[in-house]
Design a protein around this ligand. Structure first.
Ligand code: PLP
Length: 446
């Protein structure tokens, strides 16, 4: 019996022994194509020599020095690299380095709160986010998350937040409504919610520029985020872009906010930032936010022991340099387009595949019991979990999710392979996924 507190206390997961490029290898020597990079983490695959060498080199110089006493070279350099590549209008921002996406979200919420205290608007303490979103598992991040299932157990100890609709055209777009009109209609829910709460009480709106963990991958409609920015500006509300999953190249650009032409006040990134080589996340404060704190108290009212970890920051620098040196953003765009095409060819007419969507190498399928009515499979069927297990048995790691409540108990399969994949890997992903779906969805239904 394992002494590790695994997620499922009654079974021990397969033992991963080593990584080999886009493959993981278990203790029996079985190989798995890591087509989700865990949860959209391993963007360079496994065992990349450049990142490994950077980690070893940094360990030879300095592993850690507490931020109360020192700064260090890798964190200074990485912060500058991130600020230099931030979306237009971000300005001379500042970056805090943390250990996980959830911590980055906590820091974002705290920064937003501190910003309003510093500028003399202490009444602004409320957060608005979107239903069916996921922002992490710590209590603050759970409180702003719109994943009803994950919140349920902790509801009594969560701060009160409010949620508006996500931009989720497959389920919500009305017949005859253009994409733009749909996007503006749901964005305008933010305006209504801010007015309902009272603008003087609202600190920030939080959204994933591409929804990830809860709905597969859902990019917004054109014009949606421009309207969101307009509404935030109208009411003096900050916009926090949670790019923990979709940022750092996953969608074909370092920041999805830049693709959307929107200027966030605070950005969170994680996953691809360390690519799994080190646990690292970042909260990026724009010039507006960092400048207000600098001009006010001058002191960040938040801190953690492992902030700005030198080895983690050195790994991230190597990850970003590798993406640049190997032209991987181009590969994400090319392989993303190919993966999307192949998924559409293979499953576009599948009776249980309702939608195929995504951007870059963040692609997903939404599974339905009936394509016409879009009726999801019953949650008790545990479809996502069965697909995950079956695919793993066939040598494919994909990331299914299910059951986000709010009336939709949908099942999704997320694909987020390494940026280094080639056309052969794309074929292998689609073929193996097809076999997993065929084995999981009863033939009578297809
Ligand atoms: N935000 C988003 C959009 C995520 O997808 C996740 C994790 O999946 C998080 C935050 C939380 O990150 P972590 O699991 O590193 O705490």
């Amino acid at each position: 019996m394992s002494a590790v507190l695994h997620r499922n206390l009654r079974s021990t997961p397969q033992l991963a022994l080593k990584g080999d490029g886009v493959y993981l290898v278990d203790a029996e020597g079985r190989r798995y194509l890591d087509a989700s990079g865990g949860a959209a983490v391993s963007c360079l695959g496994h065992g990349h020599p450049r990142v490994t060498a950077a980690i070893i080199a940094q360990l030879g110089k300095l592993e850690y020095a507490h931020t109360s006493f020192f700064t260090n070279e890798p964190s200074e350099r990485l912060a500058q690299m991130l600020v230099d590549s931030a979306p237009a209008g971000f300005g001379k921002g500042r970056v805090a380095f943390l250990g996980s996406g959830s911590e980055a979200m906590e820091a974002a919420l705290k920064l937003a709160r501190q910003y309003f205290v510093e500028i003399g608007q202490p009444g602004r303490s409320r957060f608005i986010s979107r239903r069916m979103s996921y922002h992490g598992n710590t209590l603050g991040a759970l409180a702003v998350g719109g994943h009803a299932g994950r919140r349920a157990l902790y509801q009594p100890i969560l701060i009160e937040t409010s949620q508006i609709a996500p931009c989720y055209a497959y389920r919500d777009q009305r017949a005859g409504e253009t994409e733009e009109a749909y996007g503006l209609r749901v964005a305008d829910e933010l305006d209504a919610e801010i007015r309902r709460l009272g603008p003087e009480t609202v600190a920030a709106f939080i959204a994933e520029p591409i929804v990830g963990a809860t709905l597969g991958s859902v990019p917004a409609m054109p014009g949606y985020f421009a309207r969101i920015r307009e509404i935030c500006d109208r009411h003096g509300v900050l916009f926090i872009a949670d790019e923990v999953m979709c940022g750092m190249g996953r969608a074909g650009a370092m920041f999805v906010s830049a693709q959307e032409g929107v200027r966030p006040d605070i950005i969170t990134i994680a996953k691809g930032l360390g690519a799994g080589y080190q646990p690292i996340a970042a909260t990026m404060a724009s010039e507006r936010v960092a400048g207000a704190i600098e001009a006010g108290s001058g002191l960040l009212a938040n801190g953690h022991t492992y902030m700005s970890h030198a080895v983690a920051c050195a790994a991230s620098i190597a990850v970003i340099e590798t993406i640049e040196a190997e032209g991987l953003l181009d590969n994400v765009q090319r392989m993303g387009a190919l993966l999307s095409r192949r998924l559409n060819e293979a499953f576009g007419q599948h009776p249980h595949v309702g939608d195929i969507r995504g951007r870059g190498l963040l692609q997903s399928l939404e599974l339905v019991a009936d394509r016409d009515s879009k009726q999801p499979f019953a949650a008790k069927e545990g479809l996502a979990a069965r697909i995950k297990q079956t695919a793993q048995g066939l040598g494919l790691i994909c990331y299914p999710s299910s059951g986000t409540a709010d009336g939709v108990n949908g099942d999704h399969v997320l694909l987020a392979p390494p940026f280094t994949i080639d056309a052969g890997h794309v074929d292998e992903i689609v073929e193996t996924l097809g076999a997993a779906l065929a084995a999981t969805l009863p033939a009578a239904r297809s």
